[in-house]
Design a protein around this ligand. Sequence first.
Ligand code: ATP
Ligand code: MG
Length: 322
Amino acid sequence: MTKTLLQVKNVKKHFPTGKRNLLGKHLQVLKAVDDVSFSIQEGEVFGLVGESGCGKSTLGRCITRIVSPTEGQVIFNDEDITQADSKRLKTLRRQVQMVFQNPHSSLNPRMTIKQTFMEILKVHGLAKGREMERMIDLLEKVGLPKDALDRHPHEFSGGQLQRIAIARALLVEPEFIMADEPVSALDVSVQAQILNLLVQLKEELSLTILFVAHDLSVVEHISDRVGVMYLGQIVEMADVEELYQNTLHPYTKALMAAIPIPNPKAKREELILEGDLPSPINLPIGCRFASRCRDCMAVCTQENPTLKEVKPGHYVACHLYS
Ligand SMILES: Nc1ncnc2c1ncn2[C@@H]1O[C@H](COP(=O)(O)OP(=O)(O)OP(=O)(O)O)[C@@H](O)[C@H]1O
Ligand SMILES: [Mg+2]
């Protein structure tokens, strides 16, 4: 039996925004994450997909406790970390590591890679001898030569820097990694290399990863399960094969249709998503996808569907299936 490493229970992150009233209180609320629940098993990669602005990074920040959720709970290793104090957050910073879209954000431009890595080991009390072996071994794991340690970030290409950022995350032997669009800023050919590296590391080190992307094709090969987000909510969630073979939600279908097909002669149903994501400030009372959904029914503009398990392990929030 695998163990549940992370449980997200009814998490909301609302940002007060807009004009202020006489008491200085904001008059509007931006619901970036609005009642999200799911869990991640040890050794599992959970892909989180959705358009820009749907709340993926905010959800990731709530889970890793960079920010506090407005409501709900985050359970890590059977411990509620929603209200963790600063002492607990410090140890959590080692257990949970992040890889971002821009690798520069986690590397100091004035330090060599070795200096950055040593500093991290010291901060976490892990500089106890054999650091050089550990750093060289990690660089080898991510496909870089050991002399990379003596160089500065500007001496590397984007793909190489992302390899270093991955090594940096692995340095402290984390239990959980949040990768927020780690390949989005890279050239397509380099994207595939970094994805392959992550797949290989996942197998080798049984990593547990929350992998955020805005494109379904990116998460397909690395994820065990995938959650699709739309305007702050998960609208479909299933094992990766099930989701790709038996897509249910009209929004997921539109995202599927947007995946480029290698063979230009191959036919696929034309399903274009029109318009941008509506504002998370003025949310409709009905289904949040209704304004862009070609299957919209009367009930869809009246009631927001809840996420229901329609097949073992396959969840969807859509009136077509209720
Ligand atoms: N600190 C903040 N204060 C106010 N609004 C915020 C804040 N952080 C995020 N938002 C808003 O929350 C919504 C979700 O943002 P978020 O960055 O989580 O989206 P995302 O899915 O990660 O998008 P992208 O794919 O562009 O990275 C957006 O409307 C954004 O403007
Ligand atoms: Mg983001």
